[in-house]
Design a protein around this ligand. Structure first.
Ligand code: GLV
Ligand code: GLV
Length: 328
């Protein structure tokens, strides 16, 4: 690597469009990529960040004080390849004047699509049906086989009405649903959305489907526990495409097994990639491996945006997706 040119470390192979932007701007020789097939081990990350000006990391990388300290004072930006940034110690980054960026916007519709896929799959028991067919155990059409719950005309409860929550709500109009939402922030919604803001209790009690779209913070950790599941309808489905720890998995297992709720559709888990062993045995849980933003187009756009944030910062500009403007 050349002296004086900014150096960039990327913790995983990413779509070409983003990488090419960085190669063109800073020279291929100044961009180092970890090429492992699984997340970079923490100890290796600690070694690789030394002397870097920019770090492009994933939600699977824990970026704490130690990483920032070992990188050195020249580190100017941590560009997360995700909209969520709970994997990064933001307060520590701000203290060190390191800008943190994320990739919002581009993954909104893609993630809303997946939330709907999970909603429909958990309402209509697609996981159980698929397993039955593949096990060659389908004995033919049956009036009572795998009866689910209806979606059309029901009440959708959105927990966290940011960009993704609103995109999910827009889709619900096609299903003639009544839309309730809960958010601790004031959201100015487009007039035609026709969603009603309610308190958490009302959301729990009146929703037929609850879909989670809040970030993981101290106040949303285990926002759904046994107490919440007890308040929900016995026929309700819960969908999570945000962050696993927003749901207390132990409590969810109980709720599913005792029939406190009808089903769950989960894209995220408390200790990814580990899954609570009892959750694996719940037939009424649809479990998929954190695929919210996983479309070819969106992952490519995310790489581009992360690269653009780095380019802006290393050229002395304010990156478009700065999450800690206080650092500047
Ligand atoms: C994915 O979970 C993201 O935060 O982008
Ligand atoms: C993320 O994009 C959100 O604000 O929902």
């Amino acid at each position: 690597m050349e002296k004086n040119k900014p150096k960039i470390f990327i913790t995983r192979m990413l779509p070409e469009r983003g990488l090419n932007l960085l190669f063109q701007n800073f020279g291929r020789e100044n961009v180092k990529i970890y090429l492992g097939e699984t997340p970079i081990p923490y100890e290796e990350l600690l070694k690789e960040v030394l002397g870097m000006d920019a770090l492009l990391c994933l939600l699977t990388d824990k970026i704490d004080e130690k990483v920032m300290e070992l990188a050195g004072p020249q580190l100017k930006i941590i560009a997360n390849y995700a909209v969520g940034f709970d994997n990064i110690d933001i307060a520590e980054a701000t203290k060190r004047k390191i800008v943190v960026t994320n990739t919002p916007g581009v993954l909104t519709e893609t993630t809303a699509d997946l939330a709907w896929a999970l909603l429909m799959a958990s309402a209509r028991r697609l996981g159980e049906g698929e397993r039955l067919v593949r096990a060659s155990q389908w004995a033919g059409w049956n009036p009572t086989l795998l009866l689910g719950v209806d979606i059309y005309g029901k009440t959708l409860g959105i927990f966290g009405m940011g960009r993704i929550g609103q995109a999910v709500a827009r889709r619900a109009k096609g299903f003639n649903m009544r839309i309730l939402y809960y958010d601790i922030q004031e959201q100015s919604l487009p007039k035609d959305l026709e969603a009603t803001k309610v308190d958490k209790d009302t959301l729990l009690k009146e929703s037929d489907f609850i879909t989670i779209h809040c970030p993981l913070t101290r106040s949303t950790y285990h926002a759904f526990g046994l107490e919440e599941f007890k308040k929900m309808k016995r026929t309700a489905c819960i969908i999570n495409t945000s962050r696993g720890p927003v749901i207390d998995e132990e409590a969810l297992v109980q709720a599913l097994n005792k029939g406190l709720i009808f089903s769950a559709g989960l894209d995220v888990f408390e200790k990814e990639p580990e899954i609570h062993p009892d959750l694996l045995n719940c037939p009424n849980a649809i479990l998929i491996p954190h695929l919210g933003s996983a479309s070819v187009e969106t992952r490519s756009r995310m790489a581009e945006i992360a690269a653009q944030n780095i380019i802006a910062r290393l050229n002395g500009q304010i990156p478009p997706n700065t999450v800690n403007p206080e650092a500047l």
